[in-house]
Ligand binder design. Structure first.
Ligand SMILES: [Zn+2]
Length: 280
């Protein structure tokens, strides 16, 4: 049975700089160009942050609006997912761009440690972000940095704070948070099946050198994947990734190995229960 695999490309993030890898797209123009190439390589979702001209993270809705406009113009099919992560702003600033109605947005539902600080997601802010997404018709992607976040997503779905069955992404390999541990990964998958049904779509992301490993585990286990320079700037131990597209191509090769077609944007919308765009 064909089970298409969604490839999400996290093009920029808030941390990697051009000094880490010159291919990291920072300006809106670079981000649009990088997305186009990644889309051609197989990505059907782009996960995006925006930056200030000096490379520092920004949460300016105006920048997000320009990015969305560029993506809709040059890459109209791809699903756009904005980050509401905590590195680019504080409090309600983190959701200021949701009114632009991207297709999706990332939603963290609990707190955990990051390499040098606490990743704070207080309950009131989580509820506010979820409500904003709901109000603007934005499909949340739940970022599970920990097992408790999967259970929290379930609770929020049960009590109606999340309208649709949650699409959960396991994030593994963040320093000081959940490591890329195979037993835990398998338990995450079982927990998804138990709480949300065996047909519930889920996705996984590995940070740094764990990226390709998590791609492999997820594709093999029937899940979906995230790749991109936000999480990992290397193609392998010795080589910098020349582009986001190169990392997407690597994930696409794994799909081939496990006989899973790479999901088109149309299939991605169907898998996630999103409306198909109206063709003019
Ligand atoms: Zn991100």
């Amino acid at each position: 049975m064909s089970n298409p695999c969604i490839i999400c490309v996290a093009i920029t993030g808030s941390l990697p700089q051009k000094s880490d890898n010159p291919a990291v797209p920072v300006s809106i123009e670079e981000q649009v160009e990088s997305t186009q190439a990644a889309h051609e390589a197989g990505a059907s979702i782009v996960h995006a942050h925006v930056r200030n001209p000096d490379g520092t993270p920004s949460s300016d809705p105006e920048r997000f609006a320009r990015l969305l406009e560029g993506l809709r113009k040059h890459c109209p099919e791809i699903l756009v997912q904005f980050s509401t992560g905590g590195r680019s702003g504080a409090g309600h600033e983190r959701g200021g761009m949701l009114r632009l109605k991207p297709d999706m947005a990332s939603l963290s539902v609990g707190s955990n440690n990051f390499p040098t600080r606490v990743y704070e997601n207080p309950p009131q802010l989580v509820d506010w972000l979820a409500a904003e997404m709901d109000a603007h018709g934005v499909r949340p992607e739940i970022e599970a940095f920990d097992l408790s976040h999967i259970l929290m997503a379930h609770r929020m779905w049960q009590d109606g704070r999340l309208r649709d069955r949650p699409y959960v992404q396991f994030v593994m390999g963040v320093q000081n948070a959940m490591p890329a541990d195979r037993e835990v990964f398998d338990y995450y998958v079982r927990t998804m099946h138990r709480l949300f049904g065996t047909d519930a779509p889920w996705c996984a992301a590995g940070i740094g050198r764990h990226q390709i490993k998590l791609n492999d585990w997820a594709i093999r286990a029937g899940g979906h994947v995230r790749t991109g320079l936000e999480d990992n700037v290397r193609l392998d131990r010795h080589t910098l990734a020349p582009s986001n597209a190169a990392l997407v191509a690597k994930a696409a090769t794994l799909c081939q190995r496990y006989e899973r077609p790479v999901a088109t944007p149309y299939q991605t919308r169907a898998i996630l229960g999103l409306h198909q765009p109206v063709v003019a």
